[in-house]
Ligand binder design. Structure first.
Ligand code: FAD
Ligand code: NAP
Length: 329
């Protein structure tokens, strides 16, 4: 394993800022960890699609390239399968579709690695990772021990898990095991899927293709215009707060949530006038107000200014504090 110094991260994160790491290495085998001084500042990097570097990284960036797939159990109902955490998430979805395994098809096209998927319990079009998650293993960078966590241990919530609280920054997820169903049961309730299929039941492969096409039509392509997907979480507010806002904003939609109602952060940003807004070389996508973009040679400090401006304006308009979904470094 080669450790490189003063290494450019520009092509290693989807926002594409011109940032460097003091040290950088690609980890292909877990045993390579023995060659590394673990008592230093370490960032585990997957596809770099849910983070933003605000300055050069003064430590070791370990690019996770642990890559394998192992069938653990095959029954008439399901297949339990373990993946090395560096496997690309969409390759997992494509593999499941090829093998007619259900449960993650609506998550097709989400960038990044399977190892990062449990961290925010990735979700899209009414499906979440937790629905098909079985267990994972992680290497604790502090205690240097391997641990196994079941679904219950992970405390999955809406774009949330134990890896965003007690295990933040010191758990290196090394494998993820999914239990995928052989029984056809599709989730077609999201508005874009209702428009695409009406009452018809598509095949698994047709559903995957449709999800990929919808995403390509609605989201800016990070390869053309740097971005990290949804920049803020959709807020959960009380029913009373929602009722009072809907008097001024009758088209504001709400979705049930165990802690109140979920509303669309992109709507709040758009109504606050930011869709297409530019601050020097960073801005808000003109296609999708929840997506902040790098127009080419963006400056992280401009991005931080823009983020604060959006948070303040949305708060003053709606009395809602937007919380970033992306991780800052
Ligand atoms: P990274 O960005 O590399 O890392 C994110 C965080 O996880 C960092 O803190 C990192 O240190 C940590 N991390 C990464 N790997 C590991 C590991 N093995 N062990 C421990 N910590 C680790 N998300 C959704 O939920 N739904 C979507 O529909 C969706 N669409 C997106 C569309 C676009 C265009 C983009 C750019 C992003 C989108 N995202 C979406 C966000 C993102 O793709 C997911 O959060 C994804 O799981 C991040 O994976 P990654 O490998 O790129 O993680
Ligand atoms: P959309 O379909 O235009 O819907 C807007 C928002 O309304 C979504 O954020 C969604 O919440 C919510 N919503 C819509 N219908 C819903 C329903 N029936 N039940 C519950 N919530 C509903 O969204 P979009 O922006 O095009 O994105 C499509 C999907 O891809 C969404 O699930 C979104 O989360 C996901 N996505 C995520 C990212 C990311 O980086 N996290 C980036 C792009 C797309 P949810 O977000 O909770 O689903």
């Amino acid at each position: 394993m080669k450790i490189q110094t003063n290494y450019s991260l520009k092509t290693h994160h989807t926002f594409g800022f011109n940032i460097k790491a003091k040290l950088f290495a690609r980890l292909k085998n877990l045993s390579d960890l023995k060659k590394i001084d673990l008592n230093q500042k370490i960032l585990i990097l997957g596809g770099g699609s849910n983070l933003v570097f605000t300055k050069d990284f003064d430590g070791l960036v370990l690019q996770n390239s642990l890559s394998y797939i192992k069938i653990k159990k095959d029954t008439p109902q399901s297949v339990t399968v373990e993946f090395g955490s560096g496997v690309c998430w969409d390759k997992v979805c494509a593999w499941a579709t090829r093998n007619k395994l259900y449960g993650i098809e609506n998550l097709s096209g989400i960038p990044g690695t399977i190892g990062a998927a449990p961290i925010q319990n990735i979700g899209a079009y009414g499906q979440e990772l937790k629905d098909s998650f079985y267990k994972l293993s992680y290497f604790d960078l502090k205690t240097k021990k391997i641990h196994i966590l079941t679904k219950k241990d992970c405390h999955f919530g809406y774009r949330d898990s134990v890896f965003k609280s007690t295990l933040k920054s010191h758990a290196y997820i090394v494998s993820v095991t999914l239990r995928l169903s052989k029984i056809k049961k599709l989730n077609l309730n999201y508005p874009d899927l209702v428009s695409a299929f009406g009452n018809k039941q598509p095949t698994l492969s047709k559903l995957r293709k449709t999800i990929l096409a919808i995403r390509a039509s609605k989201l800016p392509d990070w390869k053309q215009q740097g971005n990290a997907g949804s920049f803020f979480k959709n807020p959960i507010i009380s029913q009373d707060h929602y009722q009072s806002l809907s008097k001024s904003y009758p088209d504001l939609k709400s979705y049930p949530d165990p802690h109140g109602v979920k509303i669309n952060a992109g709507y709040l940003i758009e109504k606050s006038g930011f869709k297409g807004y530019k601050l020097n070389q960073v801005g808000v996508s003109d296609k999708h107000a929840l997506i902040l973009v790098n127009h080419g040679d963006g400056d992280p400090q401009d991005l931080l200014t823009l983020v604060q401006k959006i948070i303040d304006t949305v708060y003053s308009n709606f009395t809602i504090t937007l919380v970033p979904e992306v991780n800052f470094y």
